[in-house]
Design a protein around this ligand. Sequence first.
Ligand code: NAP
Ligand code: G4F
Length: 327
Amino acid sequence: MKRALITGITGQDGAYLAAQLLEEGYEVHGVARRLSTANAWRLAEVRDRVVLHGGDLHDTGSIVRLVQAVAPDEVYNLAAQSFVPTSWEQPVLTGEATGLGVTRVLEAIRLVNPAIRFYQASSSEMFGKVVETPQRESTPFYPRSPYGVAKTYGHWITVNYRESFGIFAVSGILFNHESPKRGREFVTRKVCRAAAECAAGRRRALPMGNLDAARDWGFAGDYVRAMRGMLRAAEPQDYVIATGEVHTVRELCEVAFERVGLDYREFVRTDPVLVRPAEVDRLEGDASKARAELGWSPEVGFRELVHMMVDADVARLRGDLLDDPEG
Ligand code: NAP
Ligand code: G4F
Protein backbone atom coordinates (compact mmCIF):
# COMPACT_ATOMS: atom_id res chain seq x y z
CA MET A 1 0.00 0.00 0.00
CA LYS A 2 1.43 3.39 -0.99
CA ARG A 3 1.55 6.17 1.58
CA ALA A 4 1.02 9.88 0.92
CA LEU A 5 1.61 12.87 3.17
CA ILE A 6 -0.40 16.00 2.31
CA THR A 7 0.37 19.42 3.76
CA GLY A 8 -2.69 21.67 3.51
CA ILE A 9 -5.04 18.67 3.79
CA THR A 10 -7.71 20.84 5.46
CA GLY A 11 -7.86 23.12 2.40
CA GLN A 12 -9.96 22.75 -0.76
CA ASP A 13 -7.41 20.77 -2.79
CA GLY A 14 -6.28 18.73 0.22
CA ALA A 15 -9.79 17.38 0.69
CA TYR A 16 -10.21 16.40 -2.99
CA LEU A 17 -6.72 14.90 -3.14
CA ALA A 18 -7.19 12.87 0.05
CA ALA A 19 -10.46 11.42 -1.32
CA GLN A 20 -8.89 10.50 -4.69
CA LEU A 21 -5.81 8.90 -3.11
CA LEU A 22 -7.98 6.85 -0.71
CA GLU A 23 -10.02 5.66 -3.67
CA GLU A 24 -6.79 4.48 -5.28
CA GLY A 25 -5.91 2.47 -2.17
CA TYR A 26 -3.37 4.85 -0.61
CA GLU A 27 -2.79 5.29 3.09
CA VAL A 28 -3.31 9.04 3.53
CA HIS A 29 -1.68 11.22 6.18
CA GLY A 30 -2.15 14.96 6.51
CA VAL A 31 -0.52 17.89 8.28
CA ALA A 32 -2.99 20.09 10.16
CA ARG A 33 -2.17 23.23 12.14
CA ARG A 34 -3.23 23.58 15.73
CA LEU A 35 -6.13 26.04 15.76
CA SER A 36 -8.42 27.10 18.59
CA THR A 37 -11.46 26.08 16.54
CA ALA A 38 -11.90 22.79 14.64
CA ASN A 39 -11.32 23.25 10.93
CA ALA A 40 -11.75 19.87 9.24
CA TRP A 41 -15.19 20.44 7.68
CA ARG A 42 -13.91 19.77 4.15
CA LEU A 43 -12.73 16.33 5.25
CA ALA A 44 -16.13 15.23 6.60
CA GLU A 45 -16.53 12.44 4.00
CA VAL A 46 -13.06 10.97 4.61
CA ARG A 47 -12.23 11.98 8.19
CA ASP A 48 -12.31 8.42 9.56
CA ARG A 49 -9.93 7.20 6.84
CA VAL A 50 -7.15 9.81 6.98
CA VAL A 51 -4.55 10.25 9.71
CA LEU A 52 -4.06 13.87 10.77
CA HIS A 53 -0.82 15.02 12.41
CA GLY A 54 -0.09 18.33 14.08
CA GLY A 55 2.49 20.43 12.23
CA ASP A 56 3.15 23.80 10.66
CA LEU A 57 5.22 24.93 7.67
CA HIS A 58 6.76 27.59 9.91
CA ASP A 59 8.22 24.89 12.14
CA THR A 60 11.02 22.93 10.45
CA GLY A 61 11.32 20.33 13.21
CA SER A 62 7.63 19.43 13.01
CA ILE A 63 7.93 18.76 9.27
CA VAL A 64 11.15 16.71 9.58
CA ARG A 65 9.67 14.58 12.37
CA LEU A 66 6.49 13.98 10.36
CA VAL A 67 8.36 12.90 7.24
CA GLN A 68 10.36 10.53 9.47
CA ALA A 69 7.34 9.14 11.32
CA VAL A 70 5.01 8.73 8.33
CA ALA A 71 7.72 7.50 5.89
CA PRO A 72 5.64 8.50 2.84
CA ASP A 73 6.24 7.50 -0.78
CA GLU A 74 4.81 10.83 -1.93
CA VAL A 75 4.56 14.30 -0.36
CA TYR A 76 2.08 16.84 -1.74
CA ASN A 77 2.89 20.34 -0.51
CA LEU A 78 -0.46 22.13 -0.74
CA ALA A 79 -0.12 24.25 2.40
CA ALA A 80 0.19 28.00 1.87
CA GLN A 81 -1.19 31.37 2.83
CA SER A 82 -3.18 31.24 -0.39
CA PHE A 83 -5.35 34.39 -0.45
CA VAL A 84 -3.77 37.11 -2.60
CA PRO A 85 -5.14 40.22 -0.74
CA THR A 86 -3.88 38.86 2.61
CA SER A 87 -0.40 38.70 1.11
CA TRP A 88 -0.26 42.53 1.00
CA GLU A 89 -1.41 42.70 4.62
CA GLN A 90 0.95 39.93 5.82
CA PRO A 91 3.78 39.80 3.29
CA VAL A 92 6.38 38.38 5.67
CA LEU A 93 4.12 35.58 6.89
CA THR A 94 3.21 34.82 3.27
CA GLY A 95 6.90 34.67 2.33
CA GLU A 96 7.57 32.35 5.28
CA ALA A 97 4.73 29.88 4.65
CA THR A 98 4.15 30.06 0.91
CA GLY A 99 7.81 30.54 -0.05
CA LEU A 100 10.28 29.28 2.56
CA GLY A 101 7.83 26.60 3.72
CA VAL A 102 8.57 24.79 0.44
CA THR A 103 12.27 24.65 1.29
CA ARG A 104 11.47 23.28 4.73
CA VAL A 105 9.53 20.38 3.22
CA LEU A 106 12.22 19.76 0.60
CA GLU A 107 14.93 19.82 3.29
CA ALA A 108 12.97 17.24 5.30
CA ILE A 109 12.85 15.00 2.23
CA ARG A 110 16.53 15.53 1.51
CA LEU A 111 17.47 14.64 5.10
CA VAL A 112 15.07 11.75 5.69
CA ASN A 113 14.68 10.02 2.32
CA PRO A 114 15.51 11.68 -1.03
CA ALA A 115 13.60 8.91 -2.86
CA ILE A 116 10.27 10.44 -1.74
CA ARG A 117 8.39 12.01 -4.68
CA PHE A 118 7.43 15.67 -4.11
CA TYR A 119 4.64 17.79 -5.58
CA GLN A 120 4.70 21.58 -5.19
CA ALA A 121 1.46 23.55 -5.57
CA SER A 122 2.64 26.34 -7.84
CA SER A 123 0.31 28.95 -9.28
CA SER A 124 -0.64 30.88 -12.39
CA GLU A 125 -0.27 33.96 -10.13
CA MET A 126 3.44 33.65 -10.99
CA PHE A 127 2.59 34.85 -14.54
CA GLY A 128 0.95 37.96 -13.04
CA LYS A 129 1.43 40.82 -15.49
CA VAL A 130 1.57 38.34 -18.32
CA VAL A 131 4.30 38.61 -20.95
CA GLU A 132 2.59 36.22 -23.41
CA THR A 133 -0.85 34.69 -23.96
CA PRO A 134 -1.68 31.92 -23.45
CA GLN A 135 0.73 31.11 -20.63
CA ARG A 136 2.65 27.87 -20.85
CA GLU A 137 5.57 26.22 -19.00
CA SER A 138 8.15 28.36 -20.84
CA THR A 139 6.38 31.71 -20.20
CA PRO A 140 8.53 34.01 -18.01
CA PHE A 141 7.10 34.92 -14.60
CA TYR A 142 6.10 38.47 -13.57
CA PRO A 143 4.35 38.10 -10.18
CA ARG A 144 2.11 40.98 -9.03
CA SER A 145 1.64 40.27 -5.32
CA PRO A 146 3.72 39.08 -2.36
CA TYR A 147 1.81 35.79 -2.78
CA GLY A 148 2.91 35.52 -6.43
CA VAL A 149 6.49 36.36 -5.48
CA ALA A 150 6.49 33.69 -2.73
CA LYS A 151 5.06 31.08 -5.13
CA THR A 152 7.74 31.96 -7.67
CA TYR A 153 10.39 31.25 -5.03
CA GLY A 154 8.62 27.95 -4.21
CA HIS A 155 8.64 27.01 -7.89
CA TRP A 156 12.34 27.67 -8.40
CA ILE A 157 13.44 25.99 -5.16
CA THR A 158 11.54 22.89 -6.31
CA VAL A 159 13.35 22.96 -9.66
CA ASN A 160 16.61 23.57 -7.83
CA TYR A 161 16.26 20.58 -5.48
CA ARG A 162 15.44 18.40 -8.48
CA GLU A 163 18.55 19.59 -10.31
CA SER A 164 20.86 19.74 -7.26
CA PHE A 165 19.92 16.55 -5.43
CA GLY A 166 18.09 14.43 -8.02
CA ILE A 167 14.86 14.52 -5.98
CA PHE A 168 11.72 13.61 -7.97
CA ALA A 169 10.29 17.08 -7.36
CA VAL A 170 7.64 18.59 -9.64
CA SER A 171 5.93 21.94 -9.78
CA GLY A 172 2.32 21.99 -10.97
CA ILE A 173 1.49 25.45 -12.29
CA LEU A 174 -2.24 25.38 -11.68
CA PHE A 175 -4.64 28.04 -12.88
CA ASN A 176 -7.61 29.01 -10.66
CA HIS A 177 -9.68 26.01 -9.65
CA GLU A 178 -12.84 26.06 -7.63
CA SER A 179 -15.49 23.85 -6.05
CA PRO A 180 -18.19 23.85 -3.38
CA LYS A 181 -15.30 23.39 -0.91
CA ARG A 182 -13.69 26.71 -1.92
CA GLY A 183 -13.08 29.24 0.87
CA ARG A 184 -15.75 31.96 1.02
CA GLU A 185 -13.25 34.79 0.45
CA PHE A 186 -12.33 33.70 -3.11
CA VAL A 187 -14.36 35.35 -5.85
CA THR A 188 -16.23 32.32 -7.24
CA ARG A 189 -17.46 31.13 -3.87
CA LYS A 190 -18.18 34.69 -2.70
CA VAL A 191 -20.42 35.29 -5.74
CA CYS A 192 -22.10 31.85 -5.67
CA ARG A 193 -22.80 32.12 -1.94
CA ALA A 194 -24.19 35.64 -2.38
CA ALA A 195 -26.46 34.53 -5.24
CA ALA A 196 -27.88 31.80 -2.99
CA GLU A 197 -28.31 34.30 -0.11
CA CYS A 198 -30.02 36.88 -2.35
CA ALA A 199 -32.39 34.20 -3.64
CA ALA A 200 -33.21 33.21 -0.05
CA GLY A 201 -33.90 36.85 0.84
CA ARG A 202 -30.95 36.93 3.26
CA ARG A 203 -28.94 39.56 1.36
CA ARG A 204 -29.70 42.63 -0.74
CA ALA A 205 -26.31 43.76 -2.06
CA LEU A 206 -22.96 42.31 -3.06
CA PRO A 207 -19.88 44.58 -2.86
CA MET A 208 -17.26 43.53 -5.41
CA GLY A 209 -13.81 44.53 -6.63
CA ASN A 210 -12.66 44.53 -10.27
CA LEU A 211 -15.43 43.02 -12.40
CA ASP A 212 -13.27 43.14 -15.54
CA ALA A 213 -10.63 40.75 -14.17
CA ALA A 214 -10.62 37.54 -16.20
CA ARG A 215 -9.59 34.04 -15.14
CA ASP A 216 -9.22 30.57 -16.59
CA TRP A 217 -11.39 28.77 -14.02
CA GLY A 218 -11.53 24.98 -13.67
CA PHE A 219 -12.87 22.40 -11.21
CA ALA A 220 -10.65 21.40 -8.25
CA GLY A 221 -11.44 17.68 -8.64
CA ASP A 222 -10.06 17.73 -12.20
CA TYR A 223 -6.93 19.64 -11.15
CA VAL A 224 -6.11 17.35 -8.24
CA ARG A 225 -6.22 14.43 -10.71
CA ALA A 226 -3.44 16.21 -12.63
CA MET A 227 -1.28 16.41 -9.47
CA ARG A 228 -1.45 12.62 -9.12
CA GLY A 229 -0.52 12.21 -12.79
CA MET A 230 2.58 14.37 -12.36
CA LEU A 231 3.91 12.21 -9.51
CA ARG A 232 3.24 9.01 -11.51
CA ALA A 233 5.14 10.23 -14.61
CA ALA A 234 8.37 8.54 -15.69
CA GLU A 235 10.35 11.80 -15.34
CA PRO A 236 9.90 14.72 -12.92
CA GLN A 237 8.69 17.72 -14.94
CA ASP A 238 6.67 20.88 -14.45
CA TYR A 239 3.23 21.26 -16.01
CA VAL A 240 0.67 23.99 -16.61
CA ILE A 241 -2.86 22.86 -15.70
CA ALA A 242 -5.67 24.99 -17.15
CA THR A 243 -8.85 24.79 -19.21
CA GLY A 244 -7.87 27.38 -21.84
CA GLU A 245 -11.31 29.00 -21.40
CA VAL A 246 -11.44 32.53 -19.94
CA HIS A 247 -14.32 34.42 -18.30
CA THR A 248 -14.58 37.74 -16.51
CA VAL A 249 -15.77 38.22 -12.93
CA ARG A 250 -18.80 40.01 -14.45
CA GLU A 251 -19.69 36.86 -16.42
CA LEU A 252 -19.28 34.82 -13.25
CA CYS A 253 -21.83 37.10 -11.53
CA GLU A 254 -24.20 36.82 -14.47
CA VAL A 255 -24.14 33.00 -14.58
CA ALA A 256 -24.37 32.57 -10.78
CA PHE A 257 -27.33 34.94 -10.30
CA GLU A 258 -29.06 33.58 -13.41
CA ARG A 259 -28.94 30.13 -11.79
CA VAL A 260 -31.26 31.33 -9.03
CA GLY A 261 -33.44 33.37 -11.39
CA LEU A 262 -31.95 36.79 -10.52
CA ASP A 263 -30.27 39.63 -12.44
CA TYR A 264 -26.84 40.31 -10.88
CA ARG A 265 -27.06 44.02 -11.85
CA GLU A 266 -29.69 44.52 -9.17
CA PHE A 267 -27.33 43.33 -6.41
CA VAL A 268 -23.70 43.83 -7.42
CA ARG A 269 -21.98 47.14 -6.72
CA THR A 270 -18.28 47.92 -6.94
CA ASP A 271 -16.40 48.93 -3.83
CA PRO A 272 -12.96 50.54 -4.35
CA VAL A 273 -11.74 48.96 -1.09
CA LEU A 274 -11.88 45.56 -2.82
CA VAL A 275 -9.74 46.66 -5.76
CA ARG A 276 -6.19 45.31 -5.40
CA PRO A 277 -3.06 47.49 -5.30
CA ALA A 278 -1.71 45.57 -8.32
CA GLU A 279 -4.07 43.43 -10.39
CA VAL A 280 -3.57 40.32 -12.49
CA ASP A 281 -5.90 41.36 -15.30
CA ARG A 282 -6.28 38.18 -17.31
CA LEU A 283 -4.94 34.62 -17.10
CA GLU A 284 -5.28 32.06 -19.85
CA GLY A 285 -3.42 28.78 -19.66
CA ASP A 286 -2.17 26.38 -22.31
CA ALA A 287 -2.16 22.86 -20.85
CA SER A 288 -1.17 21.10 -24.07
CA LYS A 289 1.93 19.57 -22.45
CA ALA A 290 -0.17 17.95 -19.70
CA ARG A 291 -2.75 16.82 -22.28
CA ALA A 292 -0.07 15.19 -24.45
CA GLU A 293 2.21 13.72 -21.78
CA LEU A 294 -0.13 12.97 -18.87
CA GLY A 295 -3.31 12.34 -20.87
CA TRP A 296 -4.98 14.95 -18.65
CA SER A 297 -8.00 16.99 -19.64
CA PRO A 298 -10.65 18.85 -17.62
CA GLU A 299 -14.12 17.32 -17.41
CA VAL A 300 -16.11 20.16 -15.83
CA GLY A 301 -16.75 23.35 -17.79
CA PHE A 302 -17.32 26.91 -16.49
CA ARG A 303 -21.14 26.99 -16.41
CA GLU A 304 -21.35 23.51 -14.88
CA LEU A 305 -18.85 24.55 -12.21
CA VAL A 306 -20.73 27.73 -11.30
CA HIS A 307 -24.03 25.85 -11.21
CA MET A 308 -22.49 23.16 -8.97
CA MET A 309 -21.27 25.84 -6.56
CA VAL A 310 -24.52 27.84 -6.47
CA ASP A 311 -26.55 24.65 -5.99
CA ALA A 312 -24.33 23.60 -3.08
CA ASP A 313 -24.84 26.95 -1.35
CA VAL A 314 -28.59 26.84 -1.96
CA ALA A 315 -28.57 23.38 -0.33
CA ARG A 316 -26.50 24.65 2.60
CA LEU A 317 -28.87 27.54 3.24
CA ARG A 318 -31.82 25.15 3.15
CA GLY A 319 -30.08 22.89 5.67
CA ASP A 320 -29.80 20.01 3.16
CA LEU A 321 -25.98 20.17 3.26
CA LEU A 322 -23.67 20.85 6.21
CA ASP A 323 -22.73 24.55 6.14
CA ASP A 324 -19.09 25.63 6.42
CA PRO A 325 -17.86 28.08 9.06
CA GLU A 326 -17.88 31.72 7.93
CA GLY A 327 -14.28 32.88 7.39
P1 NAP B 1 -6.66 26.65 0.72
O1 NAP B 1 -8.05 26.10 0.66
O2 NAP B 1 -6.46 28.04 1.16
O3 NAP B 1 -5.83 25.67 1.70
C1 NAP B 1 -4.57 26.04 2.19
C2 NAP B 1 -4.12 24.99 3.19
O4 NAP B 1 -2.83 25.37 3.72
C3 NAP B 1 -5.04 24.83 4.42
O5 NAP B 1 -5.11 23.47 4.76
C4 NAP B 1 -4.31 25.61 5.50
O6 NAP B 1 -4.59 25.18 6.79
C5 NAP B 1 -2.87 25.25 5.13
N1 NAP B 1 -1.87 26.13 5.73
C6 NAP B 1 -1.78 27.48 5.62
N2 NAP B 1 -0.69 27.93 6.28
C7 NAP B 1 -0.09 26.84 6.82
C8 NAP B 1 1.04 26.64 7.62
N3 NAP B 1 1.80 27.67 8.03
N4 NAP B 1 1.38 25.39 7.98
C9 NAP B 1 0.61 24.33 7.62
N5 NAP B 1 -0.51 24.44 6.86
C10 NAP B 1 -0.85 25.69 6.47
O7 NAP B 1 -5.93 26.47 -0.67
P2 NAP B 1 -6.29 25.52 -1.93
O8 NAP B 1 -7.19 26.26 -2.83
O9 NAP B 1 -6.64 24.17 -1.44
O10 NAP B 1 -4.89 25.47 -2.67
C11 NAP B 1 -3.93 24.48 -2.36
C12 NAP B 1 -2.56 24.98 -2.76
O11 NAP B 1 -2.54 25.25 -4.16
C13 NAP B 1 -2.13 26.28 -2.09
O12 NAP B 1 -0.73 26.21 -1.91
C14 NAP B 1 -2.46 27.34 -3.11
O13 NAP B 1 -1.64 28.47 -2.93
C15 NAP B 1 -2.17 26.60 -4.38
N6 NAP B 1 -2.92 27.00 -5.57
C16 NAP B 1 -4.27 27.09 -5.51
C17 NAP B 1 -4.98 27.42 -6.65
C18 NAP B 1 -6.49 27.51 -6.64
O14 NAP B 1 -7.04 28.12 -7.56
N7 NAP B 1 -7.16 26.90 -5.67
C19 NAP B 1 -4.29 27.65 -7.85
C20 NAP B 1 -2.92 27.53 -7.88
C21 NAP B 1 -2.23 27.19 -6.72
P3 NAP B 1 -5.84 25.79 7.65
O15 NAP B 1 -7.03 24.99 7.21
O16 NAP B 1 -5.41 25.53 9.04
O17 NAP B 1 -5.95 27.24 7.29
O1 G4F C 1 -10.77 34.43 -6.46
P1 G4F C 1 -9.62 35.34 -6.31
O2 G4F C 1 -9.40 35.91 -4.96
O3 G4F C 1 -8.36 34.51 -6.82
P2 G4F C 1 -6.89 34.90 -7.32
O4 G4F C 1 -6.43 36.18 -6.75
O5 G4F C 1 -6.88 34.77 -8.80
O6 G4F C 1 -6.02 33.76 -6.64
C1 G4F C 1 -6.46 32.39 -6.64
O7 G4F C 1 -5.97 31.75 -7.80
C2 G4F C 1 -4.54 31.65 -7.86
C3 G4F C 1 -4.20 30.95 -9.18
O8 G4F C 1 -4.08 31.92 -10.19
C4 G4F C 1 -4.07 30.86 -6.65
F1 G4F C 1 -2.73 30.68 -6.72
C5 G4F C 1 -4.46 31.60 -5.39
O9 G4F C 1 -4.06 30.83 -4.25
C6 G4F C 1 -5.98 31.74 -5.36
O10 G4F C 1 -6.54 30.47 -5.25
O11 G4F C 1 -9.72 36.55 -7.34
C7 G4F C 1 -9.89 36.36 -8.71
C8 G4F C 1 -10.11 37.71 -9.40
C9 G4F C 1 -9.06 38.77 -9.05
O12 G4F C 1 -8.65 39.41 -10.23
C10 G4F C 1 -9.80 39.75 -8.17
O13 G4F C 1 -9.35 41.10 -8.26
O14 G4F C 1 -11.35 38.23 -8.98
C11 G4F C 1 -11.20 39.62 -8.74
N1 G4F C 1 -12.22 40.07 -7.82
C12 G4F C 1 -13.15 41.04 -8.09
N2 G4F C 1 -13.92 41.25 -7.02
C13 G4F C 1 -12.41 39.64 -6.55
C14 G4F C 1 -13.48 40.40 -6.05
N3 G4F C 1 -11.77 38.71 -5.83
C15 G4F C 1 -12.21 38.49 -4.55
N4 G4F C 1 -11.59 37.55 -3.82
N5 G4F C 1 -13.24 39.22 -4.01
C16 G4F C 1 -13.91 40.19 -4.71
O15 G4F C 1 -14.83 40.82 -4.21
